[in-house]
Write a protein that binds this ligand. Structure first.
Ligand SMILES: Cc1cc2nc3c(=O)[nH]c(=O)nc-3n(C[C@H](O)[C@H](O)[C@H](O)COP(=O)(O)O)c2cc1C
Length: 280
């Protein structure tokens, strides 16, 4: 079950998707974080952020729409407290980063470069409610401010996928993370259901869209590491992403529904491989 993700050895193909493990240790009693191939943190920003207006989460048929607004302590506090706590669990940690400008992303990467325990950096270029700055410029800044042995993954949405992926890879990304939650506006009968109006749809509702992204990216970039995510609830779901060409998969919404889903998905995937050794 070991996998090489852009040069970093992971003990398992199943990762925790960005933003879906809280600060991390909350999930520990349900599935030890070290059992996952890696834990991707929520997107870390330069300054602390309080998060968006309530409500921030609503269910939707076969999915969840979130508009958390990237709440967090800012990179300094993250590097001093949350990151060491996460590393103390034995988990491999991939830090997700977000900024309003390429320069802001660069500063977050600079600070992370001084911290121990960052196995890879995932660049969130697809926050559902935000206008993304130029993805290639962002990747260029993050790559040049990240140590050579630490891979940089570009996390994209499904829109303009191949052109954006090509630009990011050209700017120095070592791999792709596909896909983020997809921009969505859930409504009640009287108006917007989310405080921020626009959120990101995740869960099984987006699985075929995510599989399309992984499949097409794999055809276009045969040698590029790809982390697939989008509605993985079971081992067979994870196997479908691997069959589409994902190098590893990330589980998000399933953990919010059932925090022990990680352990179950890993067991189901192992059982599938044991039944059919040719299975991905
Ligand atoms: C509550 C919540 C918070 C999320 N926060 C982030 C985030 O901070 N950064 C990011 O790149 N993706 C974030 N995502 C997107 C997930 O990492 C994942 O790519 C997406 O939800 C699709 O996977 P899923 O259907 O298994 O959740 C978040 C998703 C959810 C549901």
């Amino acid at each position: 079950m070991t996998v090489d993700l852009a040069g970093i050895p992971l003990s398992h193909e199943v990762l925790v998707a960005s933003g879906c493990a809280g600060t991390g240790p909350d999930l520990q009693p349900y599935t030890p974080l070290a059992d996952f191939g890696a834990v991707v943190t929520r997107s870390i920003t330069l300054a602390p952020r309080p998060g968006g207006p309530l409500p921030r989460l609503v269910e939707s048929p076969s999915g969840l729409v979130n508009a958390l607004g990237l709440p967090g302590p800012g990179v300094e506090e993250f590097a001093l407290r949350e990151l060491p706590d996460l590393c103390a669990t034995g988990a491999t940690v991939i830090v997700s980063v977000w900024g309003e400008t390429p320069a802001e992303y660069a500063k977050v990467a600079q600070r992370l470069r001084q911290a121990d325990g960052v196995a890879a950096v995932e660049v969130n270029l697809s926050h559902p409610s935000g206008a993304a700055p130029d993805p290639a410029a962002v990747v260029h800044q993050v790559r040049r401010n990240t140590a050579a042995g630490v891979p940089v993954l570009a996390k994209l949405g499904p829109e303009a996928l191949l052109a954006t992926a090509r630009a990011c890879l050209g700017a120095g990304a070592d791999g792709l993370s596909l896909v983020n939650a997809i921009p969505a506006v859930p409504m009640t009968t009287t108006g917007p259901a989310l405080g921020a109006v626009v959120g990101g749809l995740s869960g099984p509702a987006i699985t075929p869209i995510a599989l399309r992204a992984v499949w097409q990216a794999r055809q276009a970039f045969p040698d590029v590491p790809i982390v697939g995510s989008g509605g993985i609830l079971t081992g067979p779901d994870a196997a479908r992403f691997l069959a589409a060409g994902a190098t590893a998969v990330a589980v998000g919404t399933a953990l919010l529904h059932d925090p022990s889903a990680g352990r179950r998905i890993m067991t189901e995937l192992a059982d599938l491989s044991a039944t059919d050794p040719g299975a991905p």
